[in-house]
Design a protein around this ligand. Structure first.
Ligand code: ACO
Length: 322
């Protein structure tokens, strides 16, 4: 039985940080950030990841016309939970009162939402569960060295959610491809607290901040994303022309433009909101999907190709027939 996406929701914090605000923190300029990334503003949270995830989840449930008690699963794609444990999904469960749901997080950085969506799809297709809430939520702002101009201009906070249900019909969440390359993990990383106990003390203090080799991540993205998209289209017997929108992880306008050129598709088929929100990591794809949905840009039967990439390295793509 197919798995359909029956409601979407998203949430971004109110606090706006402009490129001009960042000019006061580090040696940068609005012109540099705009030209190299396409980002103008980003939002930052004082509340944390679960708070944002719950708000996005409530909107997705409302759109689906469902009560939280009907959920069998809650999966959160996040690398920035408020606690090491309990996981973010359990926090969302408690806030929503989704008492029947099994809840766990998945860590795959900016590919997090796609990995949770594909995981939920496999559980639902197997018949083990009927309905899942999948969320991408991240608070990258707490991992950032706000004195490092090469990273602090890129990221923002937010959450996006979708309700997926196993139900009769010919449309739904279709084929997917996912991949990982742990060997290149060092090019985008954020350490957690080092091992420290009465017998072992760390040799050096690790700073729990994000570090990135931007050019290596850029090269990875512009090569791997079109490759995985083309492979998925071949797998599904489709062509790029059959896709209405390519909903890519919102990291950098130049990455998205390069992918569009490589796919020989007009840039208008690659919607973007990174100018407003920056790179919200696991939240970027579901936020954009929710915006397109609420703007009435998605019609029944439209094919969407979602593609994410990020730290790990990880990447994935999924086709949805709306
Ligand atoms: N303001 C002004 N100058 C800057 C800034 C800044 N904010 N940041 C870097 N520069 C300088 C550099 O110091 C360098 O100066 P130099 O030539 O004197 O040494 C110059 O600008 C060029 O730096 P590059 O790193 O070569 O700039 P590039 O054009 O590659 O753009 C960027 C950098 C935007 C980070 C780009 O490499 C990129 O987008 N990479 C991909 C990043 C990405 O997508 N990360 C997220 C992955 S998703 C996830 O999992 C979180």
């Amino acid at each position: 039985m197919p798995v359909r996406m029956i409601g979407t929701g998203s949430y971004v914090p109110d606090k706006l940080v402009t490129n001009e605000d960042l000019e006061k923190l580090v040696d940068t300029s609005d012109a540099w950030i705009t030209e190299r990334t396409g980002i103008h503003t980003r939002r930052v949270t004082g509340e944390g990841t679960a708070f944002m995830a719950v708000r996005a989840a409530r909107r997705a449930l409302e759109a689906a016309g469902m009560e939280a008690e009907e959920l069998d699963m809650i999966l959160v794609g996040t690398s920035t939970g408020d606690f090491l444990f309990p996981n973010t999904a359990c926090q969302v469960q408690a806030a929503l009162g989704a008492d029947r749901a099994v809840c766990f997080d998945l860590s795959a950085a900016c590919s997090g939402f796609l990995f949770t969506l594909n995981t939920a799809k496999v559980y639902l297709e197997s018949g083990a569960y009927q309905t899942a809430l999948v969320i991408g939520a991240d608070t990258l702002s707490k991992t950032i060295d706000w004195e490092d101009r090469s990273t602090c201009v890129l990221f923002g906070d937010g959450a996006g959610a979708a309700v997926v249900r196993r139900e009769q019909g010919s449309f739904g969440v279709g084929g997917f491809l996912m991949g990982s390359d742990g060997g290149r993990g060092g090019c985008l990383a954020c350490p957690s607290a080092p091992v420290k106990n009465p017998w072992f003390v760390p040799r050096e203090e690790l700073r729990e901040v994000l570090s990135m080799n931007g050019q290596e991540v850029f090269r990875f993205a512009v090569k791997t994303v079109p490759e995985v998209m083309e492979a998925l289209l071949r797998q599904e017997g489709l062509e790029a022309g059959n896709i209405k929108y390519f909903i890519l992880h919102q990291a950098n306008e130049r990455i998205i433009a390069s992918v569009a050129r490589r796919m020989k598709q007009p840039i208008e088929k690659f919607p973007m909101d990174l100018g407003q929100y920056g790179n919200t990591s696991g939240a970027s794809i579901p936020i954009l999907l929710d915006e397109l949905n609420r703007e009435g840009k998605l019609s029944e039967g439209d094919r969407l190709l979602l593609a994410g990439f990020g730290a790990g390295l990880t990447w994935g793509a999924t086709i949805i027939t709306w």
